[in-house]
Design a protein around this ligand. Structure first.
Ligand code: FRU
Length: 485
């Protein structure tokens, strides 16, 4: 069982890891990940005591989806982090099979952590308890116990991932849920003191038949009358340009009517990431910025991630600022990440060519690429790893972008396709880490996140066009690694 000795061992192993410089070649440099165990959803994201608190789902004992704890790293600048530590342990009757996802709330100078206690009852029957704990400045935690005992009638025990927001001095909590017809839903609760919660009801939306479970709901206001409802629906049907992963994460924009418990006039669901590996993102606010982190990984697809062989699995995305414009959300890499840049290693402006090759010295880099599109129809960007490659193509006429991982030997494969308009200029901001590539298209209108597991260290990037094009900008920076101190 999880005795004090096992936790002591975790602490020792963490210390040893950060003391030694030995790193597996797929270890990432600027994405948050754990030295060992399995990480999934970001949790409890908060700005508290002048630093960002990033909690996350963590099984520190192995690479299986079990014994979920909350881990924590804090940072003031997203460059230097505290070393990870275990904060919530699944050791009470109401959370004994997992301290599942939830949110943070700063109230009365305290940081409260709301989470779902997962319990396997008789015959492995699932029970879900919504719980609260107080995180103290000295890093200790006091569990306060259960605030919502069970799901209301009409819903199954798939009832989890509390997310709290405030409106007119009242607290509201969203909870991911599944109704008895096995359809994904979200429930809304209300509280005056964030302790006693009353059910307002199911949030009424136009998405009546939209997957079998909605995980990790979030909400953020973008202006007086519009809000963005972010969630991770499971079981949507795959379409040619949409929903190509097994589960999705995305949003709808509408007007939240708290009295009618309704998301009014909302538009269609839009995925937050068109790549292979983003799930269960969480958003929080700091200084008028809405900052999002997501899990780089995918439920029910563990076999596609070979790092379990080395005792660790999954990472979190770089922090992304969400900006609302023209009724969509743009995702921008958090500005602080510019401080990771070393001197500019390459700058090309105005070169006209149809083929450009770039050899990278390390897979810890940021690239900005802006291509003039007037003369070209087809653009290809190949990430070559000695005999293996990832291929990004963009067809300006059909407005289709594809990202193809089928020529990699190890790990997840396949193709993802999405629509993208780039009539004049194709603008990419590419973050390359040892086993993660995040690409931001057209100033963050679309993003693709993927994991890749090359056999060789070396990376060459080849930019090809069907005609001569002008490279308006090609900039390359090698990035520093973030530190855990
Ligand atoms: C999403 C999720 C959440 C749950 C947590 C358990 O990835 O399934 O719904 O709380 O992970 O680790």
């Amino acid at each position: 069982m999880l005795d004090q000795k096992s936790y002591q061992e975790i602490n020792n192993n963490l210390e040893n890891y950060y003391r030694s410089n030995e790193r597996n070649m797929w270890r990432n440099n600027f994405h948050i990940e754990m030295p060992f165990g399995l990480v999934n959803d970001p949790n409890g994201l908060s700005y508290y005591n002048d630093s960002f608190h990033i909690f996350y789902q963590w099984n520190p004992f192995g690479c299986e989806h079990k014994t979920k704890h909350w881990g924590l790293v804090t940072t003031a600048d997203f460059i230097s982090f505290t070393q990870p530590k275990v904060v919530l342990k699944p050791e009470d009757w109401f959370d004994k099979d997992g301290c599942y996802s939830g949110c943070g709330l700063v109230k009365d100078d305290e940081l409260r952590l709301y989470y779902t206690g997962n319990v396997k009852g008789e015959n492995d029957q699932r029970e879900s308890y919504q719980c609260v704990a107080t995180y103290h400045e000295d890093g200790t935690v006091t569990k306060k116990g259960v605030v919502i005992k069970r799901q209301p009638d009409g819903y199954t025990a798939h009832f989890r991932d509390p997310y709290i927001f405030m409106k007119d001095n009242t607290y509201y909590m969203l909870l991911g849920a599944q109704n008895n017809d096995l359809r994904g839903r979200v429930l809304l609760y209300k509280s005056g003191d964030a302790e006693k919660w009353d059910l307002l009801g199911e949030l009424n939306t136009d998405m009546k038949d939209f997957g079998y479970m909605w995980e990790c709901p979030n909400i953020l206001n973008v202006n007086e009358d519009k809000c963005v409802f972010i969630f991770s629906p499971q079981g949507l049907e795959c379409e040619e340009f949409k929903n190509q992963n097994i589960h999705q994460s995305g949003y709808v924009i509408g007007s939240l009517d708290l009295e009618e418990v309704k998301l009014k006039n909302h538009d269609e669901f839009k995925e937050l990431d068109m790549g292979f590996d983003l799930y269960a993102p969480q958003v929080f606010s700091q200084d008028n910025r809405n900052i999002m982190l997501g899990w780089i990984g995918m439920p029910d697809k563990d076999v596609e991630y070979p790092t379990s062989e080395y005792g660790w699995m999954y990472s979190l995305t770089i922090p992304r600022v969400l900006e609302y414009k023209d009724n969509v959300i743009y995702q921008k890499p958090l500005e602080e990440l510019r401080n990771l840049r070393q001197d500019k290693a390459l700058e090309v402006n105005g070169l006209i060519c149809d083929n450009y090759k770039l050899n990278l010295d390390s897979r810890c880099a940021e690239i900005i690429l802006n291509l003039e599109m007037s003369n070209t129809k087809l653009t290809e960007i190949r990430f070559n790893f000695k005999g293996e490659y990832i291929l990004l193509t963009y067809n300006k006429d059909t407005e289709v972008c594809t990202i193809d991982r089928s020529n990699m030997h190890i790990g997840g494969k396949g193709v993802r396709k999405f629509k993208l308009k780039a009539p004049k200029e194709l603008r990419l901001n590419i973050f390359i880490d040892n086993s993660i590539i995040e690409i931001y298209y057209q100033d963050g209108l679309e993003v693709t996140t993927l994991m890749y597991f090359p056999k060789e260290e070396q990376l060459e990037i080849e930019i090809k066009n069907d005609n001569k094009v002008k490279i308006n900008e090609l900039s390359l920076w090698y990035l520093r690694s973030v530190k855990y101190e």
